[in-house]
Design a protein. Sequence first.
Length: 183
Amino acid sequence: MDKYIETPLTKEKVKDLHAGDYVYITGTIYTARDAAHKRMTEELSEGKSLPFDTENQIVYYLGPTPNRDGQVIGSAGPTTSSRMDKYAPVLMDRGITGMIGKGKRSSEVVASMKKNKAVYFAAVGGAGALLSKCIKESEVIAYDDLGTEAIRKLYVEKLPVITVIDCCGVNLYETAAEKYREI
């Protein structure tokens, strides 16, 4: 089913998203990959605050390529989500309600999603040039020294994703495989 949502991604909106839903996101989202996740969790352990308010926010696991003249951002395809698995529960405990990436997630992440009422979206890997067309604004807001892994604040319009794991723990990667085996 196609669903159109606007950020922030409140827990009420999360509850209406189910594994297998095609979702089009409009609004502000943030980017962060492994190095940024590591730094954020280290800073939290030192008692420092995060570089953005994580409450009801979506994090896109993205390290874009450099933009060309006239472009807001370069190719903006997802990176492998499992690299963020050791950090994701800490950030969900701080209010993150959505994550965008590609690939499977650990059982610890799924348990944290259920506990925190969060959702995991997949963006199509290999389609970064097309996905970048949905990004209307991009601004580095933290960790500029990390280059492409710096945290960016993005404004997106109708960014296409698929709900892979919903807040009840239903996992499209597993249910789709089961249905395929039945054929």
